[in-house]
Design a protein around this ligand. Sequence first.
Ligand code: WQD
Length: 339
Amino acid sequence: MKILVTGGLGFIGSHTVVELQEAGHQVVIIDNCSNASESVLDGIESITGIRPDFEHIDLREKGAVDDFFNRYPEVHGVIHFAASKAVGESVEKPLLYYENNIGTLVYLLQQLVARGGSSFIFSSSCTVYGQADHMPITEDAPIKPAESPYGNTKQIGEEIIRDTCRVEPGLQAISLRYFNPIGSHPSAEIGELPLGVPANLVPFITQTAAGLRTQLSVFGDDYPTPDGTCIRDYIHVVDLARAHVVALERLLKGRSKSNYEVFNVGTGKGSSVLEVIRSFERVSGKKLNYRIVGRREGDVVEAYADTTRANGELGWKAASSLDDAMRSAWDWEKKVRGL
Ligand code: WQD
């Protein structure tokens, strides 16, 4: 049996491929390399000793996708990461996001259903909750109107999968709602490689410390939180990757309670921006150059997960601390920059 990982050269995808291989699964990656390089395969192989099959395919090419499934009839599990994910860009280019994130999902599901179904893990996001009314956030928290086309594609994607599972008994699916993935594999052979100026906090911190950026701007310290900065649930990317393996095996082994389930994947602990900075300074021994500036449009005040369902039903729990994750992020940055 083979597991298809779409977007498997990406940050979370590549870490998930490593964990799948280490759990004994055979993996084939589909990636269009729009946001990742084929050299990530070398990193994966250096960790596990196994080079996954790789197909350079854009999921928007329906013929190529159809041909893929004809050539890989043994694929019975899919973890679907491939999507555009820059919130700001999605506001500027909504049709690109709806085509790439929704159109390709529909076609991928049509392929799977036409071939008798599959076990399907969907990369979703805590973004679907917007600013939740209560912390920690449970899976039953109301889905708020999306703040961006990117967030909307995650909401719509979940609904498409839910509606399809309802009428296709061969399709078993789980949506994993990620909180804030950070860090890198402890080997420093794979990690986060944002293209251009990082939008996310942790790569901006490590690039500032590495001298690529002059100063980190902290977007606001006048929020109603203990230190005034926003709170998030920062989860080590390896913990997140392991959640995917556990979720997929739940489906492959027929352990799911229904053929569509949703799980929050976080640590269950909230950390402020300043706490993340302190964590970085602790693990790196470096003083970070930052300044407080105005708020960033669209930021929610706080978001951290209630992980009761993931811990209990899924049988998964994050193992790494914020310091572990920040240390791995810094180790990766130093390796990439030759520091
Ligand atoms: C975290 C905190 C910023 C950069 C994003 C995506 C979301 C999901 C998770 C995929 C916020 C502050 C940031 C900086 C800062 N990804 N910050 N200076 O926005 O919580 O969520 O990743 O599903 O879709 O939007 O993550 O890392 O951008 O911000 O002060 O230079 O760090 O204001 O409070 P975010 P982030």
